[in-house]
Design a protein around this ligand. Structure first.
Ligand code: AG3
Length: 285
């Protein structure tokens, strides 16, 4: 039996039993590996870090998508940075309000491998008439694009390697300029129990850009170490104050069906454990 041991943190990790038919390739941007595990199904890793598994992908993809999409009254234009496996794209397209989604992925190999080995992640989303795929550097794209969006979702790797620039103040500034007057930006921000500095950096970088900035959380088993922080930056503070009744009405009206997300979970996900709340408070103070 061979084991894959994730090497994200020094001195602590998670191990996966790996099927015999596993493979790994250098995409030119990163080392991409795919294997099967008896509990989690198929697993994709990039540079030794678990990105997605068949079994628990729904938790992350639903929360990172439906929280901003349902907080927004009428999201028509959506930008996804990264997200080459198509999971976020699939969830965004569940909203009938959406007219166009642009997905900007730096590494075409991620999309190709995901289409082939994780077909349920995109479930046809790459072929949807509303989808536009751009193979490009996300930073360059937001710097050069003139397009405006209602919701922008950053589905990146951790801030090492190709993903590092997607956590920079310059990137966030360029993102802010691409948001419509009523706009929301969300981003995966790591597991704060182990990656508290990343959260603090984001607190500092979001503060001058968004009138409302905070985090919401989701417990994703294979992003091990407790809850994952999802960063939230909005152009309008009322978006986060949307009532349960309103969110429920939108959820029903748009016909979105989910396995983790519920309107109650939506509101609850903004309640932060005190060690996170205190880290945020200490950073802004
Ligand atoms: N993007 C987020 C992976 C983050 C893993 N990091 C961690 N465990 N700290 C995955 C891509 C899914 N579409």
């Amino acid at each position: 039996m061979s084991l894959f041991v994730e090497t994200l943190y020094r001195g602590y990790g998670q191990a996966f039993q790996q099927s015999a038919q596993c493979f790994s390739l250098d995409t030119g941007f990163q080392q991409l590996s795919i294997f099967d595990n008896p509990i989690l199904g198929r697993v994709m890793t990039l540079d030794g870090v678990v990105q997605t598994t068949e079994k628990d992908e729904f938790i992350y993809h639903e929360m990172l998508t439906h929280v901003p999409m349902l907080a927004h009254p009428n999201p028509k234009r959506v930008l996804i940075i990264g997200g080459g496996d198509g999971g976020i794209l699939r969830e965004v397209l569940r909203h009938p309000t959406v007219e166009q989604v642009i997905l900007v992925e730096i590494d075409a190999a991620v999309i190709e491998m995901a289409k082939q080995y994780f077909p349920a992640h995109s479930a046809g989303a790459f072929e949807d008439a509303r989808t536009r795929i751009v193979i490009a550097d996300g930073v360059q794209y937001v710097n050069e694009s003139k397009e405006m969006f209602d919701v922008i979702i950053s589905d990146s790797t951790d801030p090492y390697g190709p993903g590092e620039v997607l956590f920079s103040a310059d990137f966030y500034t360029a993102i802010r300029a691409r948001l419509n007057a009523v706009g929301i930006f969300v981003a995966q921000n790591g597991v704060p129990f182990f990656q508290l500095d990343e959260l603090k950096d984001t607190v500092q970088r979001f503060a001058p850009l968004f009138v409302d900035s905070t985090f919401f959380t989701a417990a994703v088993p294979t992003y091990i170490g407790g809850v994952m922080a999802l960063a939230w930056g909005a152009t309008d503070a009322s978006l986060r104050q949307t009532s349960l009744t309103q969110i429920q009405a939108r959820y029903a009206q748009r016909g979105v069906h989910t396995r983790y997300y519920t309107p109650q979970m939506h509101l609850a996900s903004f309640a932060l454990p005190n060690y996170i709340a205190q880290a945020i408070a200490a950073t802004i103070a």
